[in-house]
Design a protein. Structure first.
Length: 390
């Protein structure tokens, strides 16, 4: 098989790049090691920044998101039992976010690739990039008993943190930065009406909590838990009781509980790999960086990678201009590190850290007091939350 761009990973990043390139007449193929059903079963984030929403429109995949997604002009931070509203629209200069599940974005992208008869190959096993530093890179994969070779101009690794792409870069070339937080998030998805029309981030001495939503009838809730906890340790009743403890009384009183549809614990980690290019291999999304979900930057940071990479490849194929490809890693990483800073700040400000001292608690209180009293601080929060410019 021969193509111009071989994309490893059939999640939202890989599919979005595939769709955008296809619309520009750039031939590509997507290799995904799992089935489509498996990919669509993954429960992920759902706060979409305005720049990502525009990119979905450009990819001709944003119609359902615009129709069914919920535009949010703000969110709440609860502290000491008091709700404070962050007015994103006011403090970001008129921008907003859209609440729309990552699973739905992936489904929209799959349907778009189907309509255009895009090449998305599922159950591709033993995927391996080769000759990445030459002008003739290629990728091999196994489909059943058959080994297939894909010759291409460029390889894009959008295969997540555990994927093969980043691991194919020599350790002498790659620098990895990592911070592991001493807690995780226990998340529950329930078919219940959301407790609030806008997200609530709650700081509490027992630990952080988040009230989120997927639709008017589908809610997503989280509580901070020790890393040693397992899902089996938490019954639905225990989860709801703990969540109510951590919410302001007025919110807890109107919380509608119900059986969990999905329950999982996600550890919190910050990670960046540099550079994001090795020869003709380009990393994007979780293959190169991950953030704690506190600031809703994970999927949105992946989208900015795709924006830069897409425009760089269009310039290369349409105008023989390779400058975007040459500068991709530096440009992507500059925005990635800003997302890392924002996620670290939100996580540090709102969580209870094991072993922290009273000094740390006073700093958290002061940070929140300053935020709620300063238009400049609110503007900084809003600007980052709705998404920095690409």
């Amino acid at each position: 098989m021969k193509t111009q761009v071989c994309i490893i990973g059939g999640g939202p990043s890989g599919l979005l790049l595939s769709q955008l390139l296809h619309l520009q007449g750039i031939d590509n193929v997507v290799l995904e090691k799992h089935s489509r059903e498996y990919v669509l079963a993954r429960i992920r984030a759902g706060v979409i920044e305005h720049g990502f929403a525009k990119l979905m429109q450009e990819a001709q995949c944003g119609e359902r998101m615009q129709r069914e997604g919920q535009v949010h002009e703000g969110f709440f931070i609860a502290n000491a039992g008091v709700l404070h509203r962050v007015d994103l629209h006011k403090y970001s200069g008129g921008n907003t976010v859209i609440v729309y599940g990552q699973t739905e974005i992936t489904r929209d992208l799959y349907e778009a690739r189907d309509r255009m008869k895009g090449a998305v190959i599922h159950n591709a096993e033993d995927v391996r990039p080769h000759e990445m530093t030459t002008a003739t890179p290629y990728v091999t994969y196994r489909l059943g008993d058959e080994v297939v070779r894909v010759d291409c101009d460029f390889i894009v690794g959008a295969d997540g943190f555990h994927g093969v792409s980043r691991k194919s870069i020599p350790k002498t070339v790659l620098t990895e930065y990592e911070k592991v937080y001493p807690f995780g998030w226990l998340g529950v998805l329930s078919r219940t009406p959301p407790v609030s029309e806008e997200l609530i981030y709650s700081r509490h001495e027992r630990g952080f909590a988040l009230c989120s939503l997927r639709s008017p009838v589908l809610s997503r809730y989280y509580v901070q838990v020790p890393l040693a906890d397992k899902v089996e340790d938490w019954s639905d009743d225990a989860f709801w009781a703990e969540l109510k403890h951590r919410l302001p009384a007025e919110v807890a009183a109107r919380l509608v509980t119900g059986p969990s549809i999905e329950k999982s614990i996600a550890p919190l980690r910050s990670f960046v790999a540099e550079p994001m290019r090795y020869g003709n291999l380009f990393l994007a999304g979780d293959a190169a960086h991950i953030v704690p979900p506190t600031g809703a930057r994970g999927l949105n940071s992946a989208a900015s990678d795709i924006y830069y990479l897409y425009h760089a490849m269009v310039a290369y194929y349409k105008r023989s201009d390779a400058s975007g490809l040459e500068g991709y890693s530096a440009k992507a990483l500059a925005r990635v590190w800003k997302a890392q800073r924002f996620s670290w700040w939100m996580t540090t400000m709102l969580h209870t850290f094991p072993g922290s001292i009273e000094y740390d608690h006073k700093l958290q209180e002061t940070e929140l007091a300053y935020l709620f009293s300063s238009a400049a601080a609110m503007s900084s929060l809003a600007e980052n939350y709705v998404g920095l410019p690409f």
